[in-house]
Design a protein around this ligand. Sequence first.
Ligand code: ASP
Ligand code: MG
Length: 479
Amino acid sequence: MIVLKFGGTSVANAQRIRDAARIVLDQPAPRVVVVSAAAGVTNALLEAARAAARADTERRAAAIARVHGIHAEILAGIANAQCRDEADIAIADLHAALDRDLEDITAAGELSDRFSDRVVATGEKCLSILMAATIRELGSEARPVFTDTVIATDDRHGAARPDRARTRENADRVIRPLLDAGVTVVATGFIGASAAGETTTLGRGGSDYSATLLGAALDAAEVQIWTDVPGVLSADPRTVPHALVVPEISYDEAQELAHFGAKVLHPRTIRPAVARDIPVRILSTFAPAEPGTVVTRETTSDRIKAITALRGLILLTLDVAELEDLAPAASAAFRVMHERGIEILTVSQSSSRRRMTYLIDAVGGGCPTLQAHLGEALQDSEASVSCEEHVAVLAAVGNGAASTASALSRMMAVLHRAGVKVMATHQQTSNVAMLAVVADDDVARAVNAVHDAFIRPVAERRARRQRRSELMAEAVRVG
Ligand code: ASP
Ligand code: MG
């Protein structure tokens, strides 16, 4: 059994959905398809809900018209009258329920997270109906399944956490019999339900996560994430024009890449796959014959595979005069950051044990605010705090390779030669990434220099090898 997930741009209109449906039918059954809402629909629904809360009927109507327009265009692309009419009725029901929810929101005069989730879920629900109808039209039995009957979550609306055991039971009850009967299941991404039966969502971009959750619940042989990029790239192509697709990476590497800013996978996506050892393949709907990237437990190569960077961070340094002052100062700093909901990306301690550095997400107010809060918390201690804004972290990710001291010193030399000032370095204890903290303005130069040194030569060798084997195949054919 395989799971195939299609994101917003891959289901944006009738033509794309048809292309996606063909990709589905090219795979052996049993199949579970997971769809997100069509591109733009989730945002339009949120806008309608917010407008409804303000009783702004004009804005609400405009946003809803956009949603209707997108769904109508897709519906019109279904040529088979029976498939189209069935979908039309189901969608009209969902649109009517949506209107009632928006009325309730206006009556309440505010938008609760609970209602927000109900409203946005409409996007995925409509898409599952449209995709199932398209697959049926192409000649294969398919049925939509709304995952607020399958994915069990807590009641943190907007960012719900799944309960894997209950989800597994639900999947066995709701999805398994359909698969056994030869039906292709088209499940909604992004949504689940709380124990009270209220629809929840898994956080923006959460459909990837739905795909691996369902894959794990059903013991899938593979989860395929079909998207608009050809796979995991060795760097952001806007920064590094000759970045290339990484053929295979490990779960750890993928998680590290997501953590340090690579956009291709939702950070939580990999977790359910890791638990059940399910390969996750990232593929492009625009180039379906390309091999993409496969994410598995282990990979055969231990090179640096990708360079990523996160900008707009803050580097906070805590200095103490005496060794014994560090622990109380550090714990006060942790408490302040925790209380303020500040995300800490990495922490490191100098070998003298008199200094801690924290790399954190920029917060409202930046350094002055942060220093004020910390100053208060640390007033009884001997610690001094310094803070630097507009910093970035560059992460060179590669299992094994990142664990050698020589790789780190080589990276430092490369950055030095490129004229990049390194403010701090860090080797992840996981040995999966080497980090260098640099100024925001130096990111492009830094990423290119490290990519040129660690990845480009390997890529060029690979390209030459491939070219050679193509030429040989050609020669055999000609000969
Ligand atoms: N449609 C949802 C969103 O836009 C979920 C997803 O795209 O994965 O956030
Ligand atoms: Mg989306």
